[in-house]
Ligand binder design. Structure first.
Ligand code: URA
Length: 482
């Protein structure tokens, strides 16, 4: 018997040198005992001689794929791996194409080992989690991870971490061997127990936040997830505490995602869209209100166009002194294509008349140009526009205002105030006041006429209608004085 001493369990260089000498000594696999330094010897093995030094001799002939196969297979935990690889090496001398025989028992066993090791190497690159250890007195911090590999992949995988985290001091501790990068070289030390590794650090919550934010409930396939992230790794992953509850809530979350309204673009996007839209629009259309109306017919700045019949643009005199701004078209306006033609429009018209204002001499428009609604049987129920929708539509109001140059804008209700001033106000605090708008000058605030439609009591309705008329008269007087 010949005994070969290997320096560590994945000592490919030691195995290769020994295999070359064994081949020249014509040793059969049965003649060899492979012994890894530090591992208990087989007590029942026959006494063995140490492999003699055999100098020179030609290198064994092997196909190109063999060294890589052996380098990976040797990292497998199967104690038979050294003998298996030596057997393959010997057979390759007579059968150079042996590795092509996938059904050969030795080839199959070796490639199964390679697959298992490759997979474990990949898992190590994915599931090592470093924890920060503060450096003492001017020493830079170190990052330490605990990992329990299924095979001997630490030395095989260490160069990946060296290249990835070249500027950090780090250690990966495992029960078999530890690897340290404290520059300029990788250093390996004996394995340790888990208590030598730091338990948690200040980045723990970041891992969890990151994981929760990339977890897509709509794509969850629990079996596939467990294949990718086998449960035996979970105990050392900070994010794993979240997994059960994320799985449990996944179905409900994905239903909610499907039902949720489309996400609106970020706040700055209307301005960006506006710039590109303005740059793309034919210059002649940007000149007057009619051209703008044509452009607005194709507006898709926010998702509201999808549920509406048409864009309801403003209408009135191009030199109007008063600009009335409502909230958004209702069901009736959506069908007629003109603002304030439905029930709220009729009250508005009556109030204007009583306040001595000619609608024909004014300009009437809305903060939002599409009807926001929710289908309910055969009816379409009005829904108030949200801030993103108001912001997305403000560009049109700015364009209308820039061409009209009114003396006074009259905001009818909270959405119009929001659009004209860019701020949200409590109506009861600002009603009857003049606010200023970054693009429309003076803004007089009053209620939206649909408020009157919602009042049940006829006395309340009359009183509030009279107050609305007073507001409109006051606005007319203010405009005269501007
Ligand atoms: N309400 C509004 O705000 N505008 C209209 O055009 C109709 C109803």
């Amino acid at each position: 018997m010949i005994r070969v001493d290997l320096a560590h369990p994945s000592d490919f260089d030691g195995w290769r040198e020994a295999a070359r000498r064994l081949l020249m000594a014509r040793a059969t696999p049965a003649d060899v005992v492979w012994q890894v330094k530090g591992e208990a010897a087989d007590l029942f093995a026959a006494p063995a001689d140490v492999l003699p030094d055999i100098e020179g001799g030609a290198a064994p002939r092997v196909p190109r794929a063999f060294p890589d196969l052996a380098r990976y297979a040797i990292c497998h935990r199967d104690p038979e791996r050294f003998a298996l690889l030596y057997r393959l090496l010997r057979r390759l001398q007579d059968q150079p194409r042996l590795l092509d025989l996938a059904t050969d028992d030795d080839v199959y066993a070796a490639s199964t080992m390679v697959k298992a090791v490759s997979r474990e190497r990949h898992k190590m690159t994915a599931f090592v989690r470093f924890r920060e250890l503060a450096g003492e007195d001017g020493v830079e911090p170190a990052f330490v991870a605990w990992f329990e590999p299924e095979h001997h992949v630490v030395r095989l995988t260490a160069p990946f971490f060296r290249d990835r985290f070249a500027n950090m001091r780090w250690s990966i501790l495992t029960p078999d061997v530890c690897v340290h990068w404290d520059r300029p070289a990788l250093r390996f030390t004996p394995g340790v127990t888990q208590d030598k590794a730091p338990a948690a650090d200040r980045l723990e919550d970041f891992w969890r936040t990151y994981y929760a934010s990339i977890f897509n409930p709509a794509r969850l396939k629990v079996a596939a997830m467990k294949r990718e992230m086998p449960m035996r790794y979970w105990k050392n992953l900070p994010e794993s505490s979240l997994i059960p509850s994320l799985i449990e809530r996944a179905e409900g979350r994905s239903v909610a995602m499907v039902e949720a309204a489309p996400t609106l673009a970020p706040r700055r996007s209307p301005r960006i869209v506006a710039r590109t839209e303005a740059a793309r629009a034919p210059a002649e259309l940007l000149e007057g209100l009619d051209g703008l109306r044509q452009l607005a017919a194709g507006c898709k700045r926010c998702p509201l166009w999808a549920n509406a019949t048409q864009t309801v643009f403003g209408e009135g005199q191009a030199d109007a002194e008063l600009l009335f701004v409502g909230e958004q078209p209702g069901d009736n306006e959506d069908l007629t294509g003109r603002p304030f033609t439905g029930p709220a429009g009729q009250i508005f018209d009556r109030a204007l008349a009583q306040a001595g204002i000619s609608r024909e001499r004014a300009y009437v428009t809305n903060a939002v140009k599409h009807f926001k609604n929710e289908p309910h049987g055969k009816r379409r129920l009005h829904k108030s526009p949200n801030v993103s929708e108001i912001n997305a539509c403000r560009w049109w109001l700015e364009q209308e205002t820039a061409r009209l140059k009114p003396r006074l804008a009259i905001a009818l209700g909270a959405s119009a105030v929001r659009s004209l001033t860019g701020e949200s106000h409590v109506m009861s605090h600002v009603r009857g006041q003049v606010l200023s708008s970054p693009f429309a000058g003076h803004v007089f605030v009053t209620i939206h006429p649909s408020y009157l439609l919602r009042l049940q009591d006829s006395e309340d309705r009359e009183r509030e209608f009279a107050a609305f008329v007073r507001d409109l008269s006051k606005a007319r007087e203010i405009a005269c004085g501007i």
